[in-house]
Write a protein that binds this ligand. Structure first.
Ligand SMILES: *Cc1c(COP(=O)(O)O)cnc(C)c1O
Length: 238
């Protein structure tokens, strides 16, 4: 077994154990393997080992890496977990099966338009800024209910759940608990929460999807330049 394969098996075992400790079914939470910044050569062994759920943070990087892998593994499921620029919404809708980073009204609207045009409807998660961090994307906690309603009723996005990335230095548990409450209040079944360092805590708080990168693929190689985010005109409401 490859290193990544062995580490993936270890993460899966820890996930099942965490589910059991929480009194949840052993398969109550699934692993999304975060392959960002790693090349197709790193991803391939995990696919060959039977893992099918992966996540990328950048549209351009995923476009370079995934089309060939997807041809070989048509049943693979690809998640977008990074900030989406509205001018890449159509590319994202074509390439991804799940968009976890619906983090502002403009992105929601661009995704809705792109889905209508492309005839493809990736499931969506609303990203919530549970730590009210100025530099982090996501819907403010007190705006989640209205935003979810807008996504559902006006935009008809296929909403599956909520996603959060707690502040780096904080105890993540209260953030996970808050996300769970928000999901219950808005009637959304899925909770994407938990990363390499805290996925067991997230499972104890009800996570259904953990996003695990370095615990599977090892340390990330340095990132290339980020996808350029074009400035939004002032007062445009995002
Ligand atoms: C990179 C990333 C992860 C994975 O982080 P690890 O600590 O390597 O597990 C999870 N979620 C998001 C949104 C990320 O950008």
């Amino acid at each position: 077994m490859t290193d990544a394969g062995a580490r993936l098996a270890g993460v899966a075992a820890r996930l099942r154990a965490a589910c059991a400790r929480a009194g949840r079914p052993e398969d109550a939470a699934a692993v999304v393997a975060v392959s960002k910044f790693h090349g197709a050569d790193a991803v391939l062994p995990a696919l060959l080992g039977g893992h099918l759920r992966f996540a990328e943070s950048r549209v351009q990087e995923a476009q370079a890496k995934w089309p060939e892998l997807r041809e070989r593994f048509p049943e693979a499921e690809l998640h977008l977990i990074g900030t989406l620029q509205t001018n890449k919404a159509a590319d994202a809708v074509r390439l991804f099966d799940v968009v976890q980073s619906v983090d502002r009204p403009k992105v929601a609207a661009a995704l809705a338009r792109a889905m209508d045009r492309e005839g493809r409807r990736p499931r969506c998660f609303v990203q919530v800024n549970t730590g009210a961090e100025g530099q982090k994307g996501g819907i403010a906690v007190d705006e989640v209910a209205a935003f979810v309603k807008e996504c559902r009723e006006s935009l008809e996005l296929p909403l599956a759940g909520l996603m959060c990335i707690p502040p780096v230095s904080a105890d993540p548990a209260p953030h996970f608990r808050l996300l769970r409450t928000l999901a219950a209040d808005t009637g959304l079944p899925e909770l994407s929460m938990g990363m390499s360092a805290d996925f067991e805590t997230a499972v104890a708080e009800g996570s259904t999807l953990v996003r695990v990168g370095s615990a599977i693929f090892g340390p990330r190689p340095p990132a290339g330049p980020p996808d350029r985010v074009p400035p939004e005109p002032p007062g445009s409401g995002s």
